[in-house]
Design a protein around this ligand. Structure first.
Ligand code: GRF
Length: 210
């Protein structure tokens, strides 16, 4: 992949600050051989759609309610990603379940970012402020984002990168979220860059950075 341009498809549902970090990392040349080729949102009002359009990236709102269920929804996404010749799918705040049709189309070619140090504080219901609330309730001294490959379970696939930040005694879920998000914007581009440079290898059930 080192020599070819990697076409990235991004799935979003919200603000899209991670999408923005990916767009910027391509436009500044931090990632030299990638192009964000398609953005799909599960919500019509996601600010991420505006970010994509501003960057002249094709941006599609796909209403989950228009489909017969999450499997069909994943099937349609997989079809669109294939049509646009997407090589890597990045989940960036995407709030819908990923089902087999998409997983099977993009094995080890689909990543997610989660705002905690997996395997802790992941899984169903662990999203947004719930994650940071749980971290604070557990009295953790550290938190931080995780980028991982996507498999059939929520927040479960092989870990690619993590970054630690301190949890401060006076943190609220909002202050902690902000500190973690700053690092998200660094490690997601880093992980995508490693993928684009063909530097991610899986051995003994772990991701090795070559
Ligand atoms: C981030 O905290 C990410 O870790 C989680 O959802 C949030 C998305 O934020 N999966 P944004 O839409 O990228 O700003």
């Amino acid at each position: 992949m080192k020599d070819k341009v990697v076409r990235v498809g991004v799935l979003v549902s919200g603000s899209g600050s991670n999408l923005q970090a990916l767009i910027d990392s391509v436009s500044t040349g931090y990632i030299r051989n990638a192009r964000v080729a398609l953005v799909i949102s599960s919500r019509a009002d996601a600010f991420a759609l505006e970010r994509a359009r501003k960057a002249e990236i094709e941006a599609i709102f796909l209403n989950p309610k228009d489909f017969g269920g999450s499997v069909e929804y994943s099937q349609v996404i997989a079809g669109l990603m294939s049509e646009r010749v997407v090589d890597l799918v990045c989940l960036a705040g995407f709030m819908r379940k990923i089902e087999k049709p998409l997983l099977e189309r993009y094995p080890r070619r689909m990543m997610n970012i989660h705002p905690a140090l997996l395997p802790k504080f992941g899984g169903k219901g662990m999203y947004g402020h719930y994650v940071h609330e749980a971290v604070l309730r557990a009295g953790e001294k550290e938190s931080g984002p995780t980028v991982h490959f996507v498999d059939e379970q929520y927040d479960h696939g092989l870990i690619i990168l993590q970054r630690r930040v301190p949890v401060m005694p006076d943190d609220t879920p909002e202050t902690l979220a902000k500190r973690v998000l700053e690092q998200e914007h660094k490690i997601y581009p880093e992980a995508v860059k490693l993928f684009c440079e063909d530097r991610l290898e899986v051995a003994d059930g772990k991701v090795i950075i070559k």
